[in-house]
Design a protein around this ligand. Structure first.
Ligand code: GTP
Ligand code: MG
Length: 461
């Protein structure tokens, strides 16, 4: 396919040692040649593929030097997009990188939309849709494990599995076809039914297995949304700081210190947590604190895990009890903090309130009990350890939905066969399952979906 030439800054916005302006498309080399001057007068268009060239970017109108650069030349199809690709490595700050981009744009390139480079890689057949989505996950991966999942997907592990299952469905469909075409042979029908059930059940089991990984996959990708709640001053922010091993949140002895939700990513024994420290929950007249308390209540609802902190050295209050009530039915670890101080808390009542939840005692001031807490978190989620490396995890919401749909279609087909439904009805269910799986790898996707998907990428990718 032929597309116009796109350009974007492909490195994060902000100060860095280098920043890269990337161009992709038929005119990438010509456009660069208008801007680039090498000391030896070499032209990019004559350069060998996958070579790098020193020189300057100049403004073609004024001949003023804009930036000192290294230009990487990559000829399609051996590139990310399969098109001709130029990467201009700039070393200045934001201003000069932007100037280089502007010059590329005034010389004939078009500003790339978010994800457009990856979209081209997909449209030009270099990667399939699930691989393209993995690129996005890779950029966002918060932990090593999430990175491995994304890498595995990018290498096409999921695609391979999906292709295999689709192939199996096709084989069943072929048999069904024979059955419809030659209904006079009784034994063909007999065989088709047995085979159909057999194969469909196998596919159902495989889909179920894949879906079972999706919970963990999602966790690996996004982190377990973990909310620290409790009354003011019990040590919530201290807990966040302990878990991230850094003083990220402000800790003071003034109740109501934390006013807004603080978010940090942390890896607890391989379990990725998206940790949220919240404002202590209490009745308050302070308008700012009130908003903070309201936010605490909101994030609470979306949490995968609650770390509920109470004060060992204080009596339980109605506020504590209310917080326990608010998290009923959720995954909760109760943390009794400040054990270095004299006990005032009623442990029997805590046991009643905690119910089945795990209870951990800590003194964050003296750095005690944090190990136990980490252990509790890890065992809660992975019941031991998981082998992220060797499994195909499904972590993408769109993939999970499609897998669920195709599982449903397969189940309908199985039910149909078992109930003796006419074979052409069963055929419809099977075909649907085949299409739904196809959507995961982009074999039968709508164009609007493609646009929407790629627009979620960051600019320049
Ligand atoms: N003695 C003792 N003090 C602690 C312990 N953990 C925290 N503190 C102190 O308790 C006070 C409150 O701690 P924070 O972590 O700010 O409490 P918080 O729950 O975030 O409070 P708010 O943000 O106001 O809701 C600070 O002075 C901490 O140093 C502990 O284990 N023992
Ligand atoms: Mg706090």
């Amino acid at each position: 396919m032929e597309f116009d030439t796109i350009a974007a800054i492909s490195t994060p916005m902000g100060e860095g040692a280098i920043a890269i302006v990337r161009l992709s498309g038929e005119q990438a080399f010509e456009i660069t040649d208008q801007l680039f001057r090498s000391p030896g007068g070499k032209r990019i268009i004559d350069a060998a593929s996958h070579t790098i060239h020193y020189g300057h970017i100049i403004d073609p109108k004024t001949q003023e030097v804009a930036e000192e650069v290294m230009v990487t030349v990559m000829r399609g199809p051996k590139t990310f997009t399969r098109e001709d690709v130029i990467e201009i490595n700039c070393h200045g700050g934001l201003v000069s990188v932007n100037r280089v981009l502007q010059l590329a744009l005034t010389s004939g390139a078009r500003l790339a939309e978010p994800g457009e480079f990856t979209k081209r890689a997909f449209l030009n057949g270099r990667i399939d849709l699930s691989q393209a989505e993995a690129v996005m996950d890779l950029i966002r991966a918060k932990t090593d494990r999430a990175m491995n999942v994304a890498l595995g997907q990018m290498e096409g592990r999921l695609s391979k599995l999906i292709r295999k299952l689709r192939q199996e469905i096709l084989e069943i469909l072929a048999h069904v076809e024979v059955n419809i075409d030659y209904p006079e042979y009784d034994d063909v029908e007999e065989m088709t039914h047995v085979m159909l059930l057999d194969k469909a059940q196998y596919i159902r089991d495989e889909l179920q297995k894949l879906l079972q990984t999706s919970q963990q996959g999602k966790i690996l990708r996004e982190g377990i949304s973990t909310v620290i709640v409790g009354r003011p001053n019990v040590g919530k922010s201290s807990l966040l700081n302990s878990l991230v091993h850094e003083n990220k949140a402000i800790v003071t002895d003034i109740p109501g210190t934390t006013r807004d939700v603080i978010e940090e990513y942390v890896n607890v024994r391989g379990v990725p947590l998206r940790l949220l420290d919240t404002a202590g929950i209490r009745e308050t007249e302070d308008i700012v604190e009130k908003i903070g308390v309201e936010r605490s209540r909101q994030v609470l609802k979306e949490a995968d895990l609650i770390l509920l902190v109470v004060n060992f050295s204080d009596q339980l209050t109605a506020e504590d009890e209310n917080i326990f009530k608010a998290v009923e039915g959720m995954d909760v670890i109760v943390i009794i903090n400040k054990t270095d101080l004299p006990q005032k808390i009623d442990m029997d009542r805590i046991k009643e309130l905690a119910n089945d939840h795990k209870v951990v005692t800590t003194s964050l001031l003296e750095d005690e009990g944090v190990d136990d807490l980490e252990e509790a978190i890890a065992s809660l989620f992975f019941a031991g350890s998981i082998e992220a490396g060797d499994m195909t995890y499904v972590s993408n919401t769109r993939h999970i939905a499609l897998l669920g749909q195709s599982l449903h279609s397969i189940e309908e087909a199985i039910e149909g066969v078992e109930m003796g439904t006419p074979i052409d009805i069963v055929q419809i269910d099977l075909t649907r399952a085949w299409e739904q799986l196809g959507e995961i790898i982009g074999d039968s996707v709508h164009e609007s979906l493609i646009d929407q998907l790629f627009s979620q990428f960051c600019l320049g990718k």
